[in-house]
Design a protein around this ligand. Structure first.
Ligand code: IPE
Ligand code: IPE
Ligand code: MG
Length: 244
């Protein structure tokens, strides 16, 4: 296992936009639901591969705040897939010392799904291998809005002063509070946009957009994306590191 961390050029935190399930299925003359089903297999492969590579945090975009606008049957199917994934995979992930965390809005969610999510989080809370962060009902603007509201409440209660609000305070009020920012963001399916994903957290993230659809994603595509990341020069507004 390659140890993670900036010292060996490996990303600590990889975030993925798992896109292209519907197009993958259409290409094969199948319903979109078939693509989503195969997408879960790709998700399983990716979690295993990321663990093998020693990735510290893997954040997967599974359902956006905007995905509720899809036809009701598709939304229902996606929720059922999440429910099934939690039911069948959490025990194994726990055995592998994976910590499960959920980000996204929780208000108004189906109470059944919510309690499954919370149980998975509390069961795996003390696990020390990879953190698997599932973005469900997630939208970055909504997340930032909740954070601003929480900070504003503290100001109104006199707990903090406006001058105390720093970028770190804002980061800590996001759903991802306490996690390192993503080093690498991978989007499958060919689109080159963030679709309301981790807008604040991706200030200095390296983006890798690949044409392959999500159901085809595997360890080889993950490694290739990481290789591309390792060849990037992260300058953070500075200048290229001196090699001499
Ligand atoms: C990603 O695949 C899965 C979700 C957004 C839930 P899509 O369903 O967006 O597939 P395409 O992009 O329409 O092909
Ligand atoms: C982003 O994909 C959301 C997820 C992968 C869960 P979309 O398919 O919803 O994004 P757009 O609509 O192409 O921007
Ligand atoms: Mg899509």
């Amino acid at each position: 296992m390659i140890p993670s961390g900036p010292s060996n050029g490996m990303p600590r935190h990889v975030a993925i936009i798992m896109d292209g399930n519907g197009r993958w299925a259409s290409q094969r003359g199948k319903p979109r639901s078939w693509g989503h089903r195969q997408g879960v297999e790709a998700l399983r492969r990716t979690v295993r591969a990321a663990g093998d590579l020693g990735i510290e945090v893997l954040t997967l975009y599974s359902f956006s705040s905007e995905n509720w606008s899809r036809p009701e049957a598709e939304v229902r199917f996606l929720l059922e897939l999440l429910r099934r994934f939690i039911r069948t995979d959490v025990a194994d992930l726990h055995k592998n010392n994976v910590r499960i965390m959920m980000i996204g809005g929780r208000e108004g969610l189906d109470p059944g799904i919510l309690s499954m999510m919370e149980e998975a989080e509390s069961l795996t809370r003390d696990n020390t291998a990879m953190k698997l962060v599932i973005a469900f009902n997630y939208g970055s603007r909504q997340e930032l809005t909740r954070a601003v509201q929480a900070i504003a409440r503290k100001v109104a209660e006199g707990k903090i002063q406006p001058v105390d609000i720093t970028p770190t305070v804002i980061s800590n009020h996001l759903d991802t509070g306490g996690l390192p920012d993503p080093d690498l963001l991978i989007r499958t399916g060919g689109e080159q946009r963030l679709s309301n994903y981790l807008l604040w957290q991706c200030a200095y993230t390296e983006f890798v957009f690949i044409p392959e659809y999500w159901p085809d994603f595997d360890a080889a595509l993950l490694s290739r994306s990481i290789q591309e990341y390792r060849e990037r020069d992260r300058r953070y507004g500075g200048i290229k590191a001196q090699t001499a």
